[in-house]
Design a protein around this ligand. Structure first.
Ligand SMILES: C[S@@+](CC[C@H](N)C(=O)[O-])C[C@H]1O[C@@H](n2cnc3c(N)ncnc32)[C@H](O)[C@@H]1O
Length: 201
């Protein structure tokens, strides 16, 4: 997804997402960050919806390549209970040393990228994680339930137009293991349509 897309929708992103954030995402975000410690990177931090869920005993760097999305995240910084920095950066070229993070979190970003970009980003994530460090990826996937799947199919053109995202772009296990990740665990966290992938370096 070209960065210009998020540059243009940044001003309405939180409004578009508000109902889902309240009814669905907040509980899931809490779950994603539960128990994380040490140095974390939030890749594609967006408007900072994860900020209030960063655990106290962490140092987080949130990166995004859209400065307009980041401006909203900066306003949310006041809700952080931890040490937080926000930096404009492309996830395909992370400006950090090898083996510098304990955890990398990617929420709803992989579904905005084609597999080639996912690969580039996850290679970078792998590089900057410490041995034994973990990646946590949250993404949509098509439900296998007929009605829910149909609703998602109807909704898909809007999701693509508004967010540049697709429901069929969840990171797959094969791609992650090709990069070198192991102990890959996939868990549905909202019906069978939002999936949390965890893997270890
Ligand atoms: C759907 S939003 C999700 C934002 C946030 N993670 C959340 O859970 O609300 C996707 C974000 O990923 C960012 N993004 C997409 N590609 C990126 C890249 N190559 N480097 C950095 N950020 C990127 C976009 O600018 C956008 O802010």
């Amino acid at each position: 997804m070209p960065k210009s897309h998020y540059q243009s929708i940044a001003c309405i992103y939180d409004i578009l997402d508000y109902p889902f954030e309240i009814l669905r995402y907040q509980q899931i975000r809490r779950l994603v960050f539960e128990g994380l410690t040490g140095h974390l990177i939030d890749v594609g931090v967006g408007t900072g919806r994860n900020i209030r869920f960063y655990p106290r005993n962490t140092q987080v760097i949130g990166i995004d390549n859209s400065i307009n999305m980041l401006r909203h995240a900066v306003r949310r910084k006041k809700y952080a209970k931890n040490n937080l920095s926000l930096v404009e950066m492309d996830a395909q070229e992370l400006g950090f040393n090898d083996k510098s993070f304990d955890f990398a979190v990617l929420t709803f970003i992989c579904c905005t990228m084609d597999p080639e970009h996912q690969m580039a980003v996850l290679n970078e994530v792998y590089r900057i994680l410490k041995p034994g460090g973990k990646v946590l990826i949250l993404d949509y996937t098509y439900s296998s339930a007929i009605i829910r799947r149909l609703i998602m199919k109807i909704w898909a053109p809007w999701v693509n137009f508004a967010y540049g995202a697709r429901f069929d772009r969840k990171v797959n296990k094969e791609l992650i293991s090709r990069i070198g990740f192991r102990n890959i665990n996939l868990e549905y966290v909202y019906s069978d349509s939002i999936i949390l992938t965890k893997a270890e370096k």
